[in-house]
Design a protein around this ligand. Structure first.
Ligand SMILES: Nc1ncnc2c1ncn2[C@@H]1O[C@H](COP(=O)(O)OP(=O)(O)OP(=O)(O)O)[C@@H](O)[C@H]1O
Length: 255
């Protein structure tokens, strides 16, 4: 069943002298619990689209529905954002960083410690609650950022190139952790990435956008035998390179 719906989304940025059309007539549906990726040439409007889905600003035209409700400032809490940089507060402990969203939303503070501990355990860092961000590696900090995003229990996670600043080994490990954790929590997720392999390894469907203006060009369904596997194992599967070639050729055809 559709959970996130983009209905005729158009977007332009306006300056005092001109209007720049960035997104044209984007229509798509994402199912509850589904993991999808958005890929496309630089500047095709992926981040703009995520920002519109997050309700950070409205589209020039069109609507975003989450679970049948139009996205608006009062229901932005449905959305969690994970970015390239972890944006942990350096002066706060890891436990306080994980629960910062709960504090801002003034949720019952008696359960904060329990939530933080459970999430830190889930991401494989059960003993770092009293540490400060400077004491952790980049990969560990991104895991904490994942825990912080999950702490407020969003219905949809928007992942905007969250692995691109990491070394290759940390990136592969974190991809596995993110997929495993989001499946366990049955979250719906959209990943923006430039890495076709990452999109194939993590997603059920890959949405390819073209640029100038950004339009939805094609949707690729990842074969079900790959969807059962962890991202690391997807890359080793014989079917992986065919899927990669197909998407790569289509991306190349966009120029
Ligand atoms: N605040 C803004 N004002 C004016 N133009 C903007 C603004 N933000 C983005 N743009 C323009 O909109 C277009 C789409 O940008 P956006 O960052 O959404 O693309 P993207 O696909 O995420 O790019 P990349 O893959 O390089 O991160 C670009 O041409 C960009 O210059």
């Amino acid at each position: 069943m559709e959970f996130l719906k983009l209905d005729h989304i158009h977007h332009s940025y306006f300056s005092s002298t001109q209007a720049k059309e960035v997104l044209r007539d984007i229509n798509l549906d994402i199912r509850e619990g589904e993991f999808v990726s958005f890929i496309g040439p630089s500047g095709c409007g992926k981040t703009t689209l995520l920002s519109i889905i997050a309700g950070l600003f409205p589209a020039t035209e069109g609507k975003v529905f989450i679970d049948g409700e139009i996205i608006a400032p009062h229901n932005q809490a449905l959305i969690g954002y994970m970015l390239q940089q972890d944006y942990l507060f350096p002066w706060k402990t890891i436990e306080d960083n994980v629960t910062i969203g709960l504090k801002i939303m003034q949720r019952d503070n008696k359960t904060h410690k329990v939530t933080a501990n459970a999430l830190l355990h889930e991401i494989g860092l059960p003993h770092v609650g009293s540490y400060y961000p400077r004491e952790l590696s980049g990969g560990m900090r991104q895991r904490v950022a994942l825990a912080r995003t999950l702490a407020v229990n969003p219905k949809i996670l928007l992942l905007d190139e969250p692995f691109s600043a990491l070394d290759y080994q940390s990136k592969l490990k974190l991809e596995d952790l993110v997929v495993e954790t989001l499946k366990a929590y049955q979250k719906t997720a959209i990943l923006v990435t430039h890495d076709i392999g990452e999109a194939i390894a993590m997603s059920e469907r890959v949405f390819l956008f073209s640029a100038n203006p950004g339009m939805l060009h094609k949707v690729f369904e990842i074969p079900s035998e790959l969807q059962q596997l962890s991202p690391f194992d997807v890359r080793q599967h014989p079917a992986y390179s065919d899927v990669f070639q197909t998407i790569w050729k289509e991306l190349e055809s966009l120029g």
